[in-house]
Write a protein that binds this ligand. Structure first.
Ligand SMILES: *[C@@H]1O[C@H](CO)[C@@H](O)[C@H](O)[C@H]1NC(C)=O
Length: 182
């Protein structure tokens, strides 16, 4: 009984946490343990190799942790040339959280050109909402009947509804669980 109780409680907490993540977006830590710094050459992967393993969505954030450095958001041309002279945005607070507010490419470089030249730069591609939903959805009966147009079967609204259900349902579930074992 105690273990079943714990499992149920865990499941409810997990559902609530998952719902919170779906709403708030996911935070990626750039460079994980080493953070945002001039590469030494001993890293297991480059910043871009790391980025290519992840799927970034609108609302997700990247967290840059650094000392005596900076994060510049730049154009693709300035990214390629490590040109730090006209950034779109510049952060120097050492703990930068950047939120992706649109699909497409984002270019980040160190504010120190030689650091950028050594590989302290990052391209992130944020997926378009249609890319996120389409592959996960099985063809609906309507689509099978030859209806190729119209909104995808799972809309953002119904996703939000599912999330609200979790948010509303998890506390109720926690409240009810003890009674199952009385
Ligand atoms: C950086 O960009 C500015 C403005 O676009 C340009 O004038 C300058 O020559 C560039 N510097 C380098 C090193 O490419």
């Amino acid at each position: 009984m105690p273990s079943a109780f714990k499992n149920l409680q865990f499941t409810a907490l997990f559902a609530a946490a998952l719902a919170a993540v779906l709403v708030a977006g996911f935070q990626y830590e750039v460079g994980e343990k080493t953070g945002w710094q001039k590469p030494t050459g001993k890293e297991p992967e480059t910043y871009n190799q790391w980025a290519s393993k992840n799927r970034f969505h609108i609302g997700d954030t990247v967290y840059f942790k650094y000392q005596k450095d900076s994060v510049l958001v730049v154009s693709s041309a300035d990214y390629l040339n490590c040109n730090t002279s006209n950034p779109i945005a510049k952060y120097e607070d050492g703990k930068t959280v950047f939120t992706f507010d649109r699909p497409g490419f984002f270019y980040f470089i160190s504010g120190q050109s030689d650091h950028c030249q050594s590989g302290q730069r990052l391209i992130v591609r944020v997926m378009h909402p249609s890319e996120v939903e389409a592959p996960e959805v099985a063809p609906s009966p309507a689509a099978a009947g030859g209806r190729d147009f119209g909104p995808p079967p799972v809309s953002s609204t119904s996703k939000l509804a599912a999330v609200s259900f979790f948010l509303a349902g998890a506390p109720v579930g926690l409240f009810l669980i003890p009674y199952l074992f009385v």
